[in-house]
Write a protein of this length. Sequence first.
Length: 154
Amino acid sequence: MDYTVRFASSAEDRELAYELRHQVFDLEQHIPRPLDRDPNDHNANHVVCLEPGGRCVGTGRLVRLDARTALIGRMATAIDHRGHGVGDKVLEALERMATLRGIAEVIVHSQLPALQFYLRRGYVQEGGEYLDNTVPHVLVRKVLIRVAADRQVS
């Protein structure tokens, strides 16, 4: 399918992302704490993936943590579009956005079923499994920009 992936620059785009997150996290996965909105949404950069009719079928966000690190999160794909490359397109756009902003590395708190998705895309698992809102997760990290090591002066 021919998808349109764009940075969510309007309130309408963000509302589409929030609705998809509500569908996936609250209604489908029954996660106890609503993940359709939180305080980080105001500072985050969002991406939406739209099918030809304009329906949002994928989303994710990028939250800067410090000068060199950002958190990719709230990745969601509509159930009827999983396995069609939507997640790839959203993740690529978020990584591109991070690189353009000079972010050296990104981290993701991955749900266990999504772990292989991230590992296949160059992420490395750090540490073991933990529960986040009763859902098993692992932390994964990917270096986007290699920073030259400080040189010692002799």
